[in-house]
Write a protein that binds this ligand. Structure first.
Ligand SMILES: NC(=O)c1ccc[n+]([C@@H]2O[C@H](COP(=O)([O-])OP(=O)(O)OC[C@H]3O[C@@H](n4cnc5c(N)ncnc54)[C@H](OP(=O)(O)O)[C@@H]3O)[C@@H](O)[C@H]2O)c1
Length: 276
C-alpha cells in the first residue's frame, strides 16, 4: 500500500499545529510539498509555518486536491468532524488512510462516516504540543506500513504506544489524557500546603513546581521504579515518612486516585458513546 502521497492535515489548532511544526523540523522531516493544510482560519503560528515552508493551505479538502491525498490527519474537535465528515467522505480516494487525534471518536464512528479504510485512532496528551507527550494509538486492519507511517508522524509529539483493543482507550484517556491535570493539581495542592505552613505564596509555588519537575526528570533518567525511588528518599521515622503515612494510611492516596481515574474512564465511555 502506498504511503507516499500527499498528507492532508485537517484542523491546525493546538494539536494539529504542533504536529505540523514537528513534521517540518529535524531528522526524518517530511517534504513540505507533501503537506496540505486544510484550515479555514489558520492560527498566527500556523500562518507563519505556512509562509516559512511555502505550504499549500486550503479552507477545505475539495475533490481536485483530494485525489493526490494518501493520508488524512484529523485534528479538529469531534463536533466539527461530524459537520465535515459527509463532504470528506465524498472526496477521499478509496485507499486514503486516516489518522485521528480526536478524543472520543471511535474507529467505528469514523468508518461509518468515512467508509471502510485504514484508520488509526491516536490519543495524545497536552505535553505532546511540546514533543514531551505520550501518544497511544490503535488501528483497524490498517496494515504494518500504515502503522509504521503513523508511528513516524505521531512520534513528533513524544513516545508512541500501540494497543490492540480499542476499548482500552477510555482507560488511556483517564490515565495519560487527563493525567497532566492531575499533576497540575498536585503542584497547586503542594504549594497551598506550603503556604499553610507559613511560606510566602510565590516561594511555595516555586518550591512545589520545581520539586515536581525535578523529581519527574529524576524518574525519567533513572532505571528504578517510582516505588524504589520513593523508598530511597524515605528514611525510617523521618519527615518524608511522616507525610507518606498520612497519604498512604488506609490507602488514602492510592484509593483516591483509583476513584478519580475510574470516574474519568466512565466519563470517557459516556462521551464516546452517549447511548451506553
Ligand atoms: N490539545 C490537546 O492537548 C489534545 C489532547 C488530546 C486530543 N486532542 C484532540 O485534538 C483535536 C484538536 O484539539 P485542539 O486542542 O488542537 O483544538 P483547537 O486548538 O481548537 O484546534 C482545532 C482547530 O480546528 C479548526 N477548525 C474548525 N473548523 C474546521 C474545519 N471545518 N476544517 C478545518 N479546521 C477547522 C479550528 O479553527 P477555529 O478555531 O477557527 O474554529 C481550530 O484551529 C480535538 O479533537 C481534541 O480532542 C487535543
Amino acid at each position: 500500500m502506498t504511503t507516499d502521497g500527499r498528507i492532508a492535515l485537517i484542523g491546525a489548532g493546538r494539536m494539529g499545529g504542533a504536529l505540523a511544526a514537528g513534521w517540518l523540523r529535524g531528522k526524518g522531516r517530511i517534504d513540505p510539498a507533501r503537506l496540505l493544510i486544510c484550515a479555514p482560519n489558520p492560527t498566527d503560528e500556523m500562518a507563519a509555518l505556512i509562509k516559512a515552508h511555502g505550504l499549500k493551505c486550503v479552507d477545505a479538502l475539495g475533490p481536485r486536491m483530494a485525489k493526490d491525498v494518501s493520508l488524512v490527519v484529523l485534528a479538529v474537535k469531534p463536533q466539527i468532524f461530524h459537520q465535515i465528515a459527509g463532504d470528506l467522505a465524498k472526496v477521499l480516494p478509496d485507499n486514503c488512510a486516516i489518522i485521528s487525534v480526536m478524543a472520543g471518536v471511535t474507529i467505528r464512528t469514523m468508518t461509518e462516516a468515512l467508509g471502510d479504510r485504514p484508520i488509526i485512532r491516536a490519543m495524545p496528551n497536552t505535553p505532546a504540543a511540546i514533543g514531551a507527550g505520550i501518544i497511544v494509538a490503535v488501528a483497524n486492519d490498517a496494515g504494518e506500513a500504515r502503522q509504521a507511517e503513523a508511528t513516524k508522524l505521531l512520534k513528533v509529539g513524544g513516545s508512541v504506544e500501540w494497543i490492540s483493543d480499542e476499548r482500552m482507550m477510555d482507560a488511556v484517556t483517564a490515565v495519560s489524557g487527563s493525567g497532566p491535570a492531575y499533576f497540575f493539581l498536585l503542584a497547586e495542592a503542594l504549594a497551598g500546603a506550603g503556604e499553610n505552613e507559613g511560606l510566602p505564596r510565590d516561594l511555595a509555588e516555586k518550591l512545589a513546581t520545581n520539586t515536581l519537575i525535578g523529581a519527574g526528570e529524576l524518574l525519567k533518567r533513572s532505571d528504578l521504579s517510582p516505588q524504589e525511588l520513593r523508598r530511597q528518599v524515605t528514611s525510617p521515622n523521618g519527615t518524608t515518612q511522616a507525610a507518606l503515612d498520612v497519604m498512604m494510611g488506609n490507602s488514602a492516596l492510592p484509593e483516591l486516585m483509583r476513584r478519580a481515574v475510574n470516574a474519568a474512564e466512565r466519563r470517557s465511555r459516556q462521551l464516546s458513546d452517549p447511548n451506553r
